[in-house]
Design a protein around this ligand. Structure first.
Ligand code: GUN
Length: 285
């Protein structure tokens, strides 16, 4: 079975649109997401455009602020402080990666935790690992939603996550653990990776290398979640980390690239923005 993140996210966004349409009457306004893009890296421009389009569909107000590559760290931090203090702003997202002269850690920490729609702020990360209420990072949250919607049983299963980034690998491993999977985190230095991945009932790959996962690395009936976004060096087309054509016949469930995890990330960003908005409107939440 191929899980279409595109279809699932379309359904969820339609439900959110209905929910948001009642907000002007209930709360006097709609949620407002501010996305900051520094520079003009084509992949980042495309992600930010996707976020604006989804906001428009759901009925969320989106302001995309574009800054040149030459912006200083202090100028960017000042902009974030201004947005933190702005009561009309519910969510702030700074598109990563940032130019080398700007500290991503400082930028992430500068965003008010209550407006951190990415779930990247150290206080949100700490809350996640301490099982406290928090904003869940969008990609890991989207992956769990896809698994549950596809009817995949997670409890008791062996999950292998390839990749240990703050954005995907580490938090998705934590969410799978919270769903009672037994989780192993592997990475580029893992010895005999195929022997490990062949043990996986659920394999999540977020390493950023085209066709990194080959058919011999996947057992029959495994669930394969491909988080990679790469260019195929031969065709120049968008592709994942998994050799889809070779693995699709073996897997019980697999996500395609494009149209798999990517749309779910954006969908969860919309959900997080609504959550941040509602927490401001209803402080008891
Ligand atoms: N760059 C790649 N993925 C993401 C994401 O989820 N959030 C932000 N802010 N930047 C990214």
């Amino acid at each position: 079975m191929i899980i279409s993140g595109k279809e699932l996210s379309a359904r969820l966004k339609t439900d959110m649109r209905d929910e948001v349409s009642a907000f002007p009457e209930k709360y006097g306004r709609v949620p407002h997401l501010v996305v900051i893009l520094v520079g003009d890296d084509p992949a980042s421009v495309s992600y930010v455009t996707g976020k604006a389009k989804a906001s428009e569909f759901v009925g969320i107000r989106n302001t995309t602020v574009r800054k040149p590559e030459t912006i200083t760290e202090e100028e960017l931090l000042a902009l974030i402080r201004q947005l933190n203090a702005d009561d009309t702003v519910d969510g702030i997202l700074v598109q990563l990666p940032l130019p080398k002269h700007i500290s991503e850690a400082k930028v992430i920490e500068a965003i008010d935790k209550s407006k951190d729609v990415d779930g990247f702020h150290p206080l949100n990360v700490a809350a996640l690992w301490q099982k406290q209420p928090c904003t869940l990072p969008c990609t890991p949250k989207g992956i769990i939603k896809m698994l549950k919607t596809a009817g995949v049983k997670i409890a008791g299963k062996r999950a292998v996550v390839i990749g240990r980034s703050n954005i995907v690998g580490l938090p998705v491993a934590k969410l799978l653990l919270d769903e009672n999977a037994t989780v192993t985190i592997a990475h580029s230095k893992t010895e005999d990776l195929p022997a490990l991945t062949r043990q996986a009932d659920i394999l999540v790959v977020a390493i950023g290398r085209p066709k990194f996962v080959t058919a011999d690395m996947v057992s029959d009936g495994a669930v394969v979640i491909d988080v990679g976004v790469n260019r195929d060096p031969e065709t120049g087309k968008l592709c994942g980390d998994v050799d889809f054509a070779a693995i699709e016949p073996k897997a019980s469930v697999i996500t395609p690239v494009p149209g798999g995890v990517g749309p779910m990330t954006i969908c969860c960003l919309m959900e997080n923005t609504i959550e941040c908005f509602l927490r401001r409107m209803k402080p008891s939440l």
